[in-house]
Design a protein around this ligand. Structure first.
Ligand code: MLT
Ligand code: MN
Ligand code: ZN
Length: 306
């Protein structure tokens, strides 16, 4: 399997257009050693080099596709290497890009849970609007870990696990989260056995979910915030990371403690990084701590082979 990080930032990207936090101002001015990052998405392929699955449709999807010529195999006047789309939640940073893909010549095979499908046909009816363009062929993701395959993308097996998180602000379920609002994906290459665990929004980890993480060769997990009160301390929001459905990296019970308990050989990657997170600054103490712990920070264009 080849996994390519299309966008490694959280909603807003890095720098965020209206943000003057230390990171955003520094990268804009060229005084901070950090990479610019687009909003959250990955693409994955199995045995066929010209058949990819887009996982999450970022508002930046067009630039992300342009940055990687393999996505345009040019076998026909209208063509794409993307054979299907999987969504891990219905948040704007993971779904707004669907509008940018409206010129498809056939309905998009779109895999999502029932609650994400409901949010994207009610609270934010993107899929209804898309029906006036290419439309979607909706495929249901079950919540019991049932394996599924994506037609046209051979050599990959997919499983989803419901995780703690928050549905988007427009969701009728915002204050009553449902199972399936957010999922983690487990993607296995059926030839090599290599497994990736991908959860860009992960509010909490329990023993069942940790067992799935332990079985993966590579985990790509929520890297949104370093501290629980990061946005409050910066005066940018009045919600904690956990309030927003994101487990912070530092502190008791934080992501780094969980990652430290994984088998030594597991590759650990933080992804969906908010622009305020000090780990974006390659000269920060927090980044040095990650280096010491063997935890990587995803960047746009990062490729992982499993
Ligand atoms: C989140 O995951 O909390 C988001 O990045 C929200 C957003 O898309 O603005
Ligand atoms: Mn997000
Ligand atoms: Zn910022």
């Amino acid at each position: 399997m080849r996994l390519r990080v299309l966008g490694s930032a959280a909603g807003g990207g890095f720098p965020q257009w209206n943000c003057n936090c230390r990171n955003c101002a520094g990268v804009r001015a060229g005084t901070l050693r950090a990479r610019v990052r687009t909003q959250s998405s990955i693409a994955v392929r199995g045995a066929d080099p010209a058949a990819w699955v887009l996982v999450n449709a970022s508002p930046d999807v067009l630039a992300q596709l342009r940055a990687f010529p393999d996505f345009q195999p040019a076998r026909a006047p209208r063509d794409s290497a993307l054979a299907g789309i999987v969504l891990v939640d219905g948040q704007v940073d993971h779904s707004a890009g669907l509008f940018m893909l409206r010129e498809a010549t056939r309905p998009w095979p779109l895999w999502c849970t029932d609650s994400v499908y409901a949010d994207l046909t009610r609270g934010n009816p993107i899929l209804t609007v898309l029906g006036h363009y290419c439309g979607v062929q909706r495929r249901r993701i079950g919540l019991e870990g049932e394996p599924f395959e994506i037609a046209g993308v051979p050599g990959l097996q997919w499983r989803a696990w419901p995780i703690a998180g928050k549905p988007a602000p427009f969701s009728p379920n915002r204050e009553r989260p449902q199972r399936g609002d957010n999922i983690a994906l487990e993607i296995t290459d059926t030839a090599t056995g290599g497994t990736a665990f991908y959860a860009p929004g992960l509010g909490a980890i329990d023993d069942l979910l940790f067992a799935r993480m332990q079985g993966a060769d590579c985990v790509l997990v929520d890297g949104t915030f370093w501290t629980d009160d990061e946005m409050i301390r910066l005066g940018l929001a009045n919600k904690t990371a956990r309030d927003m459905g994101h487990l912070p990296q530092s502190g008791a019970g934080g992501m780094l403690e969980w990652l430290a308990r994984l088998p030594r050989a597991t590759r650990r990657v933080l992804i969906h990084i908010n622009n305020t997170n000090p780990i974006l600054d390659e000269d920060s103490g927090e980044r040095r701590e990650l280096d010491r712990l063997g935890v990587e920070v995803a960047y746009d264009g990062m490729e992982i082979s499993l």
